[in-house]
Ligand binder design. Structure first.
Ligand code: AMP
Ligand code: ZN
Ligand code: FE
Ligand code: FE
Length: 294
């Protein structure tokens, strides 16, 4: 495909392999039907979504990057709120070290879910781990799945309310999970031939100014190679700010909507909340980078 700024891409999409509501095949179909030029499936701590796409027939008109979004711990001295998510693009889905690390993260999620269920029970809410596994057992289970069960049971009116009242960070049924350190996340992605990218910097508690810049400057020598500049919740000013930091640190610019399907109703694939345009040229730059590291 020719470089064409009119072609949109979406490099941050969740499937049913984690907490999205569309299967990888459905994501391929939607991406083609809305005319996207390239996508990546970036499920939380699992490559199953990306792996499934590789076994499908991908239309010639659609570029596809394997992807994963790894929840990682903040480095010492930078204990911000918010989540430090590292995206890995173009990784080899059969890389043994990456798969071993993801296996450990998946096990920690499995241990954490019954803990949150027990906390909900103590608050008088009738929910069992079987309710969750029966409904979503094929997925990598996260808080949005528990939230959906709470909505279905009529305990809360919406997913947001489930997070606000019970399972958001700091709320009574929240439980933390094991995370790998961010240098480990970066290293394991690079070891698998991929591009490590800081996801949605604007969602960090400290996301602009000298403190954030010190944080970013710490991650660059760890091997960080990209920053997710285009993101639905980034303001115009933030987008420009992260673009300038990308230039300063020689980082690749990426962008995606964090599409989750029905659990995030305001977010459309490739468009975010309507006016996000992520240009195809970013995808081309990533492909070029990946060709040079492999
Ligand atoms: P977990 O990885 O299980 O801790 O769940 C975190 C995920 O929950 C995030 O990556 C989001 O996809 C989702 N999430 C967090 N807050 C909300 C919210 N208020 N509404 C819907 N989804 C949320
Ligand atoms: Zn998610
Ligand atoms: Fe994220
Ligand atoms: Fe995400």
């Amino acid at each position: 495909m020719e470089s064409n700024e009119k072609v949109r891409i979406d490099l941050h999409i969740h499937s049913t392999a984690s907490d999205g509501t569309l299967s990888p095949e459905e994501i391929l179909a939607v991406a083609s039907s809305v005319g996207l030029g390239a996508i990546s499936i970036t499920d939380h701590d699992t490559l199953e979504g990306a792996r499934l796409v590789l076994s499908c027939t991908i239309p010639d008109s659609l570029g596809f990057l394997t992807g994963v979004e790894i929840s990682s711990a903040f480095p010492d001295g930078f204990n911000y709120g918010g989540s430090l998510h590292i995206l890995g693009y173009g990784v080899n889905v059969d890389d043994m070290r990456l798969n071993a690390v993801l296996g450990k993260l998946q096990a920690s999620r499995r241990d954490r879910n019954p803990l949150m269920i027990r906390r909900l029970n103590r608050l008088g809410i009738d929910i069992t781990i079987e309710d969750v596994l029966h409904r979503f057992g094929d997925s990598q289970i996260g808080r949005p799945h528990i939230a959906r069960i709470l909505v279905e049971k009529g305990v809360v009116a919406s997913i947001d309310q489930a997070f606000d009242r019970y399972i958001g960070k700091g709320k009574p049924a929240y439980a933390d999970k094991y995370r790998i350190t961010c240098p480990q996340a970066i290293d394991v992605i690079r070891g698998a031939g991929g591009l490590p990218v800081m996801a949605h910097p604007g969602l960090l508690e400290s996301n602009q100014g000298p403190e954030f810049e010190r944080f970013l400057a710490l991650l660059v020598p760890m091997g960080l190679k990209g920053i997710e500049v285009f993101y639905p919740k980034h303001t115009k000013d933030q987008t420009e700010y992260y673009l300038s930091l990308a230039v300063q640190h020689n980082l690749l610019v990426t962008g995606g909507t964090d599409f989750h399907g029905a659990v995030t109703p305001g977010i459309e694939m490739g468009k975010g909340n309507g006016n996000l345009i992520i240009p195809y040229s970013l995808y081309q730059a990533i492909i070029e980078y990946l060709a040079n590291v492999s």
